[in-house]
Write a new protein. Structure first.
Length: 112
């Protein structure tokens, strides 16, 4: 049963990618490759600047590192973890993903 929860958690975690893509659906920089962890992807995007030293993705710069780390860790746990991944882990994943998606949407002015 652990694999079912893992799969569901990984599918649910794609909501973070969807929230990032909603920042600008035409911007190819927002698409994350499968080999890039979500935390690293957010770090790279939040460091990109426009001319005049203005952030290219200000909504991502407002995210707190502990939120990013928590989502990254639970996704890694679902993807690679050796321990049993149970319902409680899935619920934790969903809660953390919902929180970071809400923060991205709120910071970007999107209402979902």
């Amino acid at each position: 049963m652990s694999f079912v929860y893992r799969r569901e958690a990984l599918e649910y975690a794609l909501n973070v990618d969807r929230a990032i893509l909603r920042l600008d659906s035409t911007d190819k920089n927002l698409v994350r490759s499968a080999s890039t962890e979500i935390g690293e992807h957010i770090r790279i995007l939040s460091s990109k600047m426009r001319p005049g030293n203005k952030p290219l993705y200000p909504a991502l710069r407002t995210l707190k590192q502990n939120n990013i780390n928590a989502v990254s860790e639970i996704i890694k746990e679902a993807k690679y973890g050796a321990d049993k991944f149970e319902q409680v882990h899935l619920e934790k994943c969903k809660n953390l993903v919902d929180e970071i998606v809400e923060l991205i949407n709120y910071s970007s002015g999107l209402k979902m």
